[in-house]
Write a protein that binds this ligand. Structure first.
Ligand code: FES
Ligand code: MG
Length: 578
């Protein structure tokens, strides 16, 4: 235990449970003592809740019991009292119809647990895509001192001596099979080689992106994003985070003091530099919404526009997160882009972001490129607007084909994902590589949960020509591990009555990324006529959480949070339970 002064000892919210000399205090302490905790731990020391998203159904978090034990060691060492609690675990690879549907549910779970339980500070154990935003959203609505510990990426995948990445090679191999270049047997034989240790996806997909967002927002210790899940240094980071959260409680360093507009701007710039996932857009919007920080799609475009991509990782490049960590990790990237950061933004360790990274070294320039000679010229997010998506749609230029940035093509429309799956392999489908594929009803309400289906695979007859990219437009998301000229998050979505619902096969669509324009060449009068005869979307989800979700979810440009969850209510003490 450290001997630094703690003037608030015994006066924090946890003492409203454990410091009471009456029937209620007796009950709160006595039941806890059945776990073997001695009387002295109820002496008013900071109580640290550890939100654990361990689940055997979430393979990315298979090692979270061990991570949690190391966090607890750090908390004990610093004189706190750690108590672990479970939070719904969004498993990107196992949960149907999409883990995004349950991001907001998990955020409610952690929010109510933080508010209702006797804790003074929180450690969020996160990793798999949606877990990071879900827990940060919920914690932001409570605003206690909070630190994130990411689970870390898996070891690199290798197949026949070649690096293969999470997600990226699922898409690559499956397209190779559909093009007749790979046998289905060879594809299936790569399974065991792709994911071979605990940890989250090791491409620069959504999980690695969100871990980098956490680090650039300042709500984790430095190096959080890169350390592989099974590296001993990941456990050291967990230990040190446990130690640090106790001091954060004593310093009253709350989330709202770290997650300022400057911090979000730092994260948006960082997303450009790492060539991060498009999913970061929707998640950061949702987190900011809980804190009342005003960021919008135009901030993403403005801050990302001039930021090149420095990081040569799949899906935009060739390496993986293990290589990224050995090359210096996110601190090396943040040092490169220092002049674009708000250098004095405060972070979880009490230092500014610049103090944390100003001496960071890069050990491999084939993985992390210098700002002067970047890996790709544009890393940020482009926001396209026009009469199809008046509230915006997004594209990741670093993962797209430069020749398709300005293109006019004939729309081939799929009314929903079932329609797409039923027709895409049909040799008689009237489509070629100059066409623009349009997918409807895959947004927050339509799917529901805005699944990662926007990077729809190309028709086999196009693939057989050796063509690997076409423009695709939808109200869906795509996996952060995916690539291509894919225009996503179209808002308002088709199921909410957005103009995307009016597009018909044969319409011409103009895509002009440099001018941020997405235009349907159909007259307003014709669109009005189509609107009048269009059948309204009816969700089949009529009970339970899914019903609540489709009835209250905000559109993608607002972060797809539930409308009644936006904002925060802190941690007021609630009534005693008996
Ligand atoms: Fe969990 Fe990709 S499936 S991070
Ligand atoms: Mg994903």
């Amino acid at each position: 235990m450290t001997d630094r002064p703690d003037p608030m000892k015994g006066k924090r919210r946890s003492s409203q449970w454990y410091g009471k000399i009456d029937k209620d205090g007796y009950a709160h302490r006595s039941w806890m003592k059945n776990q073997g905790f001695p009387a002295e731990v109820f002496d008013g020391r900071p109580i640290i809740g550890i939100a654990n998203t361990f689940s055997e159904f979430n393979p990315c978090h298979g090692h979270f019991r061990k991570i949690c034990e190391h966090v607890k060691r750090g908390v004990w060492e610093a004189g706190g009292f750690p108590l672990e609690f479970p939070v719904f675990s969004n498993s990107e690879s196992q949960l149907r119809p999409t883990s995004m549907l349950y991001r907001n549910l998990a955020s409610m779970d952690v929010e109510e647990a933080i508010r209702g339980l006797p804790m003074d500070g929180v450690v969020l154990l996160v990793g798999c895509d949606k877990t990071t935003p879900a827990l940060l959203m919920g914690a932001s609505s409570c605003d206690l001192p909070t630190i994130c510990v990411s689970g870390g990426p898996m070891l690199n995948g290798y197949y026949k001596g070649e690096k293969i990445g999470s997600g990226t090679h699922v898409w690559k191999f499956s397209e190779a099979v559909r093009a007749g270049e790979m046998s289905i047997e060879a594809f299936m034989s790569a399974e065991q080689d792709n994911h071979r240790s605990a940890g989250h996806c090791m491409t620069m997909g959504t999980a690695s992106t969100m871990a980098s967002m956490v680090e650039s927002l300042g709500v984790s210790l430095p190096a959080n994003a890169g350390i592989p899940a099974v590296d001993s240094r990941r456990y050291v980071l967990a230990h040190m985070s446990g130690k640090r959260i106790v001091d954060m409680v004593i310093e009253d360093l709350r989330l709202s003091k770290i997650l300022t507009k400057d911090a979000f701007e730092n994260a948006m710039v960082t997303n450009g530099a790492i060539g991060g996932s498009t999913n970061a857009v929707i998640h950061l919007q949702a987190i900011a919404g809980r804190l009342g920080v005003d960021i919008g799609l135009d901030d993403w475009d403005r801050l990302g526009k001039d930021m090149p991509c420095l990081v040569n990782l799949m899906p935009s490049g060739e390496h993986l997160m293990e290589d990224f960590y050995y090359a210096g990790g996110l601190p090396a990237v943040l040092r490169e882009i220092g002049d674009s950061l708000h250098k004095d933004a405060i972070t979880a360790n009490g230092k500014t972001i610049w103090e944390n990274v100003k001496d960071a070294e890069c050990y491999n320039r084939d993985v992390i490129f210098p700002l002067k000679e970047p890996f790709k010229p544009n890393g940020g997010i482009a926001v396209l607007r026009g009469n199809i998506t008046p509230d915006g749609a997004i594209l990741k230029p670093s993962a797209a084909t430069p020749e398709l940035m300005v293109h006019t093509g004939r729309a081939v429309v799929f009314e929903d994902i079932d329609d797409y799956k039923a027709r895409i392999d049909d040799e008689d489908l009237d489509i070629d590589e100059t066409c623009i594929m349009v997918l409807k009803n895959c947004g927050p309400i339509g799917y529901p949960g805005m699944a990662e289906v926007g990077n729809m695979g190309l028709p086999p007859k196009v693939l057989r020509k050796g063509i690997t990219d076409m423009i695709r437009i939808s109200d869906a998301r795509m996996s952060g591990t995916a690539y291509g000229t894919v225009i996503l998050h179209g808002a308002p979505e088709a199921a909410a009555g957005g103009p995307l619902s009016l597009v018909q096969s044969g319409d011409m669509i103009e895509v002009d990324v440099p001018n941020r324009r997405l235009h349907l060449d159909v007259s307003d009068a014709e669109l009005e006529k189509r609107r009048a005869t269009r059948a309204a979307f009816k969700s089949p989800y009529d009970r339970g959480y899914s019903k609540l979700y489709v009835e209250t979810v905000n559109q993608a440009d607002k972060g797809a949070d539930l409308d009644f969850l936006v904002g925060n209510s802190g941690t007021p003490l609630m009534r005693e339970s008996h």
